[in-house]
Design a protein around this ligand. Structure first.
Ligand code: FEO
Ligand code: CA
Ligand code: CA
Length: 678
C-alpha cells in the first residue's frame, strides 16, 4: 500500500533525472553485465577512471568478472532454477505473463462471496451488498488444501486480505480528492464522502475466505461454499488475546473489558501457519483514525510513534471510535497480527498481541528443528524494524487443536544487524535490559503495545522499510524485502542499509546460526540492491546475467515455492521511475546465478503486485492485482492525468464502458499444465 508514499514518486523521479540521457536496451539479447561492460568499458574500470570508480561501487568487480560465466550458465540452463521466456518490461492497460502461460481472473472486487450476494453494480453500491461481495484491494493470498492436511493442489481455501480503499476509482462523482486534496494539492477536506460511502469502505476492508477448485485445468470459486466468509472492518467481532488482553490501555466505552474489538483494518500481507490458520497483518492503521489527543495525554508519545491520527479517511466523522479525541484507546486495538481459522467460518478471529503492535507487513512462519514455531515479520515504515516471534510451545502435527493458541506465549525479538555481516535478535521482554518501569514499561502489555519504542531502546537496526520476511524451508535462509527509503541520508547509511536516498530498495538474506531459527544470532548478506544496474548513481547490484527486463525496484511481497525458489513481487515501479509496471520476478538465490532475476508477470498501469501464492504442486500461482489505475498515471504519457471513477487510466479487467477498474486475484497456470517457472 502506498497511500502515504505518494511523495516517494517525485523522489524516484529525481533519482532518475540524472540518468535520463542514458539509453536503455529493451531487447532480451544482452545481459546487464554486457551492457555495463560496453558502456563503461572493462579497460576504463581497470584504469580506475571516475566513471569506472562509480560503477565499481555500484557493481562489484567480481560480479563483472563472472558476467560471462554466469551468462554461459544461463544459456545452458546450468544451475539455473528458472528457464521461462521473460516478459518485456513496459507500461500499458493490461497484464502480461510469460509465453506459454495463462493468466486468468479468478475473482474481482464486487464478485459474490456469500450466498445471496447481489451482482456487482458500480452505480448502486451499498454496504449491505459489499459485506457479501469480494472486498477491495486484494493483497495477501494464502492457500490451504482440502481436506485439511491433504496438501491437495487442486481443491482448497484461499485466504485473501483487503487492505484499503481507493475512493476516487470506486465511487462515482467523488473526483480525484482521495486524500482530501484536489488535483492541485489544495486541501478541500473529504467533501464528497458520505456516511453511506464510509460504510461501504469499511465493508470493503478486511478479508475473504473462498473455497476454490480446479477442474479441467481451470480454477473456479465454489459458489455458496460453507467455508466462504467475509471479514470486515465494520462487523467482524474479534477477540484480543495475549499479554495486552484486558489491559487498561485496551479498554473502550464499547468494550470495558479490553478483550473484544470489531474488525481489522489495513491488512497487508500475512501467512498460513503450520496448523492451517490464516495470519492477517494490520499495517497502516494510523490512516483510519482522525481527531487529536492532547500533547500530555498518556498515549500521545505512543500515537506519535505510530503516526496516529493519519487522517486518510473520514471514518471518525460517523464512527466515534475512529476519532481519538472521543475514544482515545481504540487505536491501541489495531496494528496487531490477526489469526483466523478458515476451516471454521463461525470462529472468532484473534488479535495475537504477543506478536507486538506496529505496522505489520506480513507473517511467514516455519517449524524450527526443535518443534517451536518461528514467525518472521517486518514493520513497514522508513527506519523501522525486522522482528521474529518464537513460540514457547511446540507444534503438534497430529493434533490441530493443540496448536490453536501457540501464538499467545513466546518471545518477540527485534533484529540488530552488525557491520561485520553478523547479527543479533534482541528479546522484547519486560524487565530485561531497558524494558522496565523507569522507561514506561510496567508490564509485557506495555512492551507489546509500544513494540517500536521497545525496539528503539534496545538499539535495533533502523531499516529501509521492511516488507515481507520469508524463511526458505529448503535452505534455512530467510529473505527480507526492504522496499525503499528516500529519507535515509547519505551520512546515515549502515552495512545493512548501504544506500543514502534508497529509492529502489534491496533484499537481505539472513542465515540463522546452526540452522536454528530460534537462535539469537544470525549471519546476513545483501542479495541484490535494486534499481537499474547500468546507471552508476543508482548503485544497484543484480547478477550481471540479469537481462534488461530482469531488474526491478521496490521489492515488497515474496513467495518461496515448494521447491525453495524465490519469487519477488513489487510495489512502486512506474513509467517515469523504472519504465515498467509492478510485477513478479523470479530470483535465483543459489550458485553462480544467485542474484539473477527474470520478469514473469506484470500488472496493468497504476496497479501494485501482491500476494504471490503457489499451490502445493507449483502448477498454479495466484497473484493479487491491487489498485489498478491509481498510482503514477499522471506520469504515463498515454494517459497523463490522475484517474477517477469516470475517467480511469484502465478499466482492467472488464474493459467495459462504465465499469471501473477492479482489483482482482489472477490465477496463472502453464498452458501444458506443468510446473511454473521451468
Ligand atoms: Fe501494504 Fe507494506 O505494503
Ligand atoms: Ca508496499
Ligand atoms: Ca505490501
Amino acid at each position: 500500500m502506498d497511500k502515504r508514499d505518494i511523495g516517494e514518486f517525485s523522489c524516484k523521479a529525481e533519482a532518475f533525472e540524472a540518468s535520463e540521457d542514458i539509453g536503455r536496451n529493451p531487447s532480451d539479447g544482452p545481459t546487464m553485465g554486457d551492457i555495463i561492460n560496453k558502456r563503461f568499458g572493462r579497460r576504463d574500470m581497470l584504469r580506475g577512471s571516475l566513471a569506472a570508480a562509480a560503477i565499481t561501487a555500484a557493481f562489484g568487480p567480481l560480479a563483472l568478472a563472472t558476467a560471462e560465466k554466469a551468462k554461459a550458465a544461463a544459456g545452458n540452463g546450468m544451475k539455473a532454477a528458472f528457464s521461462f521466456d521473460e516478459v518485456e518490461r513496459g507500461v500499458d492497460r493490461t497484464h502480461h505473463v510469460a509465453k506459454g502461460y495463462k493468466a486468468e481472473i479468478l475473482i474481482r472486487w464486487g464478485d459474490p462471496v456469500l450466498p445471496g450476494a447481489p451482482a456487482f453494480d458500480p452505480m448502486k453500491q451499498t454496504a449491505a451488498a459489499q459485506k457479501m461481495q469480494f472486498g477491495y484491494n486484494n493483497d495477501y493470498v494464502g492457500y490451504i488444501g482440502l481436506p485439511y492436511g491433504s496438501n491437495n493442489p487442486d481443491h482448497g481455501l484461499l485466504c485473501i486480505n483487503h487492505e484499503y480503499t481507493d475512493e476516487e476509482v470506486m465511487f462515482p462523482g467523488v473526483g480525484v480528492a482521495q486524500d482530501g486534496k484536489d488535483k492541485d494539492g489544495k486541501d478541500i477536506g473529504f467533501v464528497a464522502i458520505t456516511k453511506e460511502l464510509v460504510d461501504i469502505e469499511m465493508a470493503a476492508h478486511g478479508g475473504t475466505v473462498i473455497e476454490v477448485r480446479k477442474t479441467g485445468g481451470k480454477w473456479a470459486v465454489v459458489p455458496d461454499s460453507k467455508y466462504n466468509r467475509r471479514i470486515t472492518a465494520s462487523d467482524t467481532v474479534m477477540e484480543i488475546t495475549g499479554p495486552a488482553a484486558g489491559h487498561d490501555r485496551m479498554k473502550t466505552k464499547a468494550d470495558p473489558a479490553g478483550r473484544q474489538v470489531i474488525g481489522m483494518i489495513n491488512n497487508c500481507a500475512g501467512g498460513i501457519t503450520p496448523w492451517g490458520t490464516y495470519l492477517s497483518a494490520e499495517e497502516n492503521v494510523n490512516g483510519n483514525f482522525w481527531g487529536k489527543v492532547a500533547d500530555d495525554h498518556p498515549e500521545a508519545e505512543n500515537y506519535k510513534r505510530m503516526g496516529i491520527p493519519g487522517n486518510w479517511y473520514n471514518w471518525g466523522a460517523y464512527h466515534d471510535r475512529f476519532d481519538v479525541s472521543k475514544e482515545p484507546n481504540e487505536a491501541n486495538r489495531f496494528g496487531w497480527m490477526v489469526e483466523i481459522d478458515p476451516l471454521d467460518p463461525a470462529s472468532t478471529p484473534k488479535k495475537r498481541t504477543a506478536l507486538g503492535r506496529f505496522k505489520h507487513e506480513g507473517a511467514e512462519s516455519i517449524v524450527n528443528k526443535d518443534g517451536r514455531v518461528v514467525v518472521y515479520m517486518g514493520d513497514d515504515e522508513r527506519f523501522d524494524y525486522v522482528y521474529k516471534f518464537v513460540t514457547e510451545g511446540k507444534f503438534d502435527p497430529s493434533n490441530r487443536a493443540a496448536n490453536m493458541d501457540l501464538l499467545d506465549k513466546g518471545t518477540l525479538y527485534v533484529a540488530k544487524y552488525s557491520e561485520d555481516g553478523k547479527g543479533e535478535w534482541l528479546p522484547l521482554t519486560h524487565g530485561q535490559g531497558k524494558l522496565t518501569a523507569e522507561n514506561g514499561f510496567k508490564s509485557q502489555a506495555d512492551v507489546v503495545i509500544q513494540a517500536r519504542k521497545a525496539g528503539d531502546l534496545l538499539g535495533a537496526t533502523k531499516m529501509d522499510r521492511p516488507e515481507d520476511v520469508e524463511p526458505n524451508p529448503k535452505t534455512g535462509k530467510v529473505y527480507v524485502m526492504l522496499t525503499n527509503n528516500t529519507n535515509r541520508k547519505a551520512e546515515a547509511v549502515d552495512a545493512a542499509n548501504p544506500r543514502g536516498k534508497n529509492a529502489f530498495g534491496h533484499i537481505i538474506e539472513m542465515t540463522p546460526t546452526g540452522g536454528d531459527h530460534a537462535s539469537t544470532t544470525f549471519a546476513w548478506d545483501i542479495m541484490v540492491k535494486c534499481g537499474d544496474p547500468s546507471v552508476a548513481e543508482v548503485g544497484a547490484s543484480f547478477n550481471p546475467a540479469t537481462s534488461p527486463n530482469g531488474w526491478f525496484g521496490m521489492p515488497d511481497n515474496c513467495a518461496v515455492d515448494n521447491q525453495g525458489r524465490l519469487w519477488v513481487a513489487t510495489d512502486g515501479n512506474s513509467y517515469k521511475g523504472t519504465k515498467t509496471t509492478d510485477g513478479v520476478w523470479a530470483m535465483e538465490t543459489e550458485g553462480e546465478m544467485r542474484g539473477t532475476s527474470r520478469l514473469f508477470f506484470r500488472v496493468p498501469v497504476g496497479a501494485e503486485m501482491c500476494g504471490p501464492c503457489f499451490t502445493p504442486d507449483d502448477r498454479t500461482l495466484f497473484v493479487a492485482v491491487q489498485h489498478p489505475a491509481t498510482d503514477n498515471t499522471k506520469d504515463w504519457p498515454e494517459f497523463g492525468r490522475s484517474s477517477s471513477f469516470e475517467d480511469p487510466a484502465t478499466r482492467w479487467p472488464d474493459f467495459k464502458d462504465g465499469m471501473p477498474p477492479r482489483p482482482s486475484v489472477v490465477m496463472i497456470t502453464k498452458e501444458d499444465g506443468g510446473v511454473i517457472g521451468v
